[in-house]
Write a protein that binds this ligand. Sequence first.
Ligand code: PLP
Length: 411
Amino acid sequence: MIPTMPEQEFAVSSLMDITERPEIVFVKGQGSWLTDHRGKRYLDFVQGWAVTCLGHCPRVVTEALAAQAAELITPSPAFYNEPSLRLAGLIAKHSSFQRVFFTNSGAEANEGAIKLARKWGRRFKGGAFEIITFDHGFHGRTLATMSASGKPGWDTMFAPQVEGFPKATLNDIASVEERITDRTAAVMLEPVQGEAGVFRATVPFLRELRALTKRHNCLLIADEIQTGMGRTGKLWGVDHTATVPDIMCLGKAIGGGVMPLSAFIAPARIWEVMIPNPIIHSTTFGGNPIACAAGLAAIAVTLEEDLPGQAAAKGAFLLKELATLQARYPQVLTDAHGLGLLIGMEFPTDEIGYACAAGLFKRGVLVAGTYSKARTIRIEPPLGIPMELLKEMLNRLEDTFKEIAGAQRST
Ligand code: PLP
C-alpha cells in the first residue's frame, strides 16, 4: 500500500539542490519500476545512474541485507569481517587482481587509485606523479577527481585544484604519446565515457594504450565505476579488449545498487608500495559487513544469471530498434550508440533532447542526461529487464518522437 502524502509534508527546500528535480517524491521501487507519492508508476531507465543493475530492491540483496543487519553491521575497517573477506576473494577470483581496497563512493575509489599510482611513481619511477586522463572523462566530484575529469571548466572551478592531470584525446594514441614523460606515473580512463555521452574507447586504442604504458613504465588505471559488473555486456568493460590494466576502480553496482560500496583493486606487486603505511588511505565505513553482504549477493546473481550476457543481447536489440526509429524520425533522433545496456541517444539540439525527456516523463519513463545536458540522453535499465518492458519503453519513445515531429511540422 503506497501512502498518499500531502505536498506540504515535504520540506523540499531544506535539501541543497544538485539539479532541477521533478516535483514528485519516490516512495517505492521494484525491478524496473519506481512509484511516486501519488501512486504513479514510472519505467526507470536511470536506475540510480546505472547503479541498480539488478533493478530496484532485488529480493536476493534485501534478504542478504536483513540477515547481515541482524548479525553485524560495522565493526571498523581495523578488524576483519567475514562478508568483506568473502567479497574481496570473489572479486579477486573474477578479475586479474589479488588486492581489494573497499571504499564508499566512486570518487573515493578513484582517489585511492590516484594515491596508489603516485606512491608507485615515487617508489619505482623517480618521483613520477602525473596521471594522464582524457578530455570529457569523468572520475568524480572530489578535488582530485574533478581535476582528473575532463569536463570543460572542471580543472579550475574550485582552483587551486590538484595538479598533475594532463589531458589527452580519447582514441587518439598520438595525443597520449605526446604527453607521456618521465613524470608520468599512470594513464587513467573509462572504458566507455558515460557522463560525456557514452563514447567507447575503441579496441585498437585500448590495446595500443596498454602497450604504450608498458613501454614507458607507467600504470594503466581503468575507471570501471559505471562500466563494471556487467553493464556493458562483459563483467568488466576492459574485457571487450582482453586488456588487463594495473588498477581497476569499481563502484555503483558492486553494492547491488542498494548500498554505497566501491573499491580499487590491484595486483599484489603494486599494492606492496603502500606497505608499511597502508593507512594513508582508509575510510571509516570501508568494507563494512552490511555493504559487503549486499555486494556478495549482487555478484552471485550477476554470475549465476549471466547478467553481462543478458546486457549484451538486450543492448544489441535496443540499438537495432533505435536505428529503426532514427530512420523513421531523423529530424528527432540523430544517433544511438553504446555498449551493452549503457546507451546514448543523440538529438540535434538540447531543446529536442529536453522535449524527448519531458515527453517520456509524461508517459511514465525516466531517462538520464549527460554532460552535454540533453543533446545526449542515457538509457541504462536493469540488466535483467524483461523484453516486454524494453518494447514498452520503445513504444512510449516512438509516441514521444511522433509528438515532437508533429510539433516541428506545425511550426
Ligand atoms: N567514475 C565514473 C566513471 C562515474 O561514472 C562516476 C559517477 O557517475 C564516478 C566515477 C563517481 O562516482 P560517485 O558518484 O559514486 O562518487
